[in-house]
Ligand binder design. Structure first.
Ligand SMILES: Nc1ncnc2c1ncn2[C@@H]1O[C@H](COP(=O)(O)OP(=O)(O)OP(=O)(O)O)[C@@H](O)[C@H]1O
Length: 353
């Protein structure tokens, strides 16, 4: 079922949050609203659930206007950060709850709930109260409870935020598998870019009530349209550019405080534009003097992180982060060492925001 936000306007007091917001969420996909705290992602999710009615505009589910339809008649499954399970009911009763509310006969409800608990690996926990389960297990129950009613739309509000890193990675793949199996249109809210990249079919990157970029995880990561997106999704290095210089050998050349930078990006030059360079795309060059496209610097900080080593390099263009793979050929640089950074030729030019 396709979901549409049409000309949404919403203010809190005198503060306008959404102005003419339009957004289409494709049927059967996992669609992520990604952005910093306060950008409006939870407000959009709550509008889909029916907890908030926009000041104006419409919300369409499969072409049908549901703007005025109350929560309990929207056919939406929800999973929250804090699990929101009934503490005084068993796991089975928690999962059966939505089915009972829809007047599904008790036997059938129990059967469906048990099948769902089995799917999330918790059938042997059916009689326990939520307090006897770990955080990760409770969130599995919350997923089972949301999906058992076979909703038309699944809403996930930062469902992994309360869990530790290892569990988050485990649960996010389970959530994604369940979503694909059910083929259910899903809207996922997160401020965690890694989670968004790992799980989504499409990402809407939001800032201050606006969708600033819409695309697949790969598009948003490799072709960010603004410096905000480049920095928020994957924290790119943003290097200021002074002016464009004549092209050489098909590569565009730009003057910067770190010397001449090269790129094949097609984005037109404008005042304030920046070169967005991912830390993992920068390598160390072995040369005495910088050539065009290389930036000299001094190693300020080194962190060994197992699969990669991350460096902070002080350069005339500010501090540049470099992530070097743990590959044995790569010599580890040391604090205080003079280095030469080789920037990639396909670094992207982004609008300043
Ligand atoms: N009921 C409310 N009354 C007044 N202001 C509100 C209300 N709900 C949200 N806001 C404001 O609207 C803005 C967007 O809030 P929202 O919760 O949608 O953002 P968010 O991106 O989900 O942030 P977070 O991740 O912190 O929840 C914030 O500035 C918030 O303070």
């Amino acid at each position: 079922m396709q979901v549409v936000f049409e000309n949404i306007e919403q203010s809190y007091g005198k503060q306008a949050l959404f102005r003419q917001l339009n957004l289409k969420i494709p049927s059967g996909k996992l669609f992520t609203l990604l952005g910093p705290s306060g950008c409006g992602k939870t407000s959009l999710l709550r509008m889909l659930a029916g907890f908030i009615r926009p000041d104006s505009g419409r919300i369409l589910f499969g072409g049908v206007d549901v703007t005025g339809v109350p929560v309990n008649r929207r056919d939406v499954g929800m999973v929250f950060q804090d699990y929101a399970l009934f503490p005084d009911r068993s796991i089975l009763a928690n999962v059966c709850y939505g089915l009972a509310a829809r007047n599904v006969p008790r036997d059938q409800a129990t059967q469906r709930a048990m099948a769902m608990l089995k799917r999330v690996g918790l059938e042997s926990f059916a009689d326990r109260p939520p307090s006897a389960l770990s955080g990760g297990q409770r969130q599995r129950v919350a997923m089972a409870r949301a999906l058992v009613i076979e909703p038309k739309l699944l809403l996930l509000d930062e469902p992994l935020s309360a869990l530790d890193v290892k569990l988050r990675v485990e649960l996010r793949s389970m959530i994604r598998e369940l979503q694909i199996e059910a083929g259910i249109t899903t809207v996922f809210v997160t401020h965690d870019q890694e989670e968004a990249l790992a799980m989504s079919d499409q990402i809407a990157v939001m800032n201050r009530g606006c969708v600033v970029q819409l695309g697949t995880p790969r598009e948003v990561y490799t072709r960010p349209c603004t410096s905000f997106v480049a920095d928020f999704v994957g924290s790119a290095n943003l290097i200021s550019i002074n002016q464009e210089l004549p092209e050489v050998n098909g590569l565009r050349r730009f003057d910067s405080s770190a010397g001449v930078l090269l790129t094949n990006s097609a984005v037109p030059f404008r005042a304030g534009i920046k070169l967005a360079v991912r830390s993992e795309e920068i390598s160390f060059a072995e040369a005495d003097a910088p050539k065009e496209g290389q930036v000299p610097g001094v190693v300020e900080h080194v962190e060994f992180r197992g699969s990669l080593t991350s460096y902070a390099i002080r350069t005339p263009a500010g501090t540049i982060a470099v992530a070097s793979s743990g590959n044995a050929q790569q010599r580890q640089r040391i604090r205080g060492e003079n280095v030469l950074l080789q920037l990639p030729f396909d670094a992207h030019l982004v609008e300043a925001t």
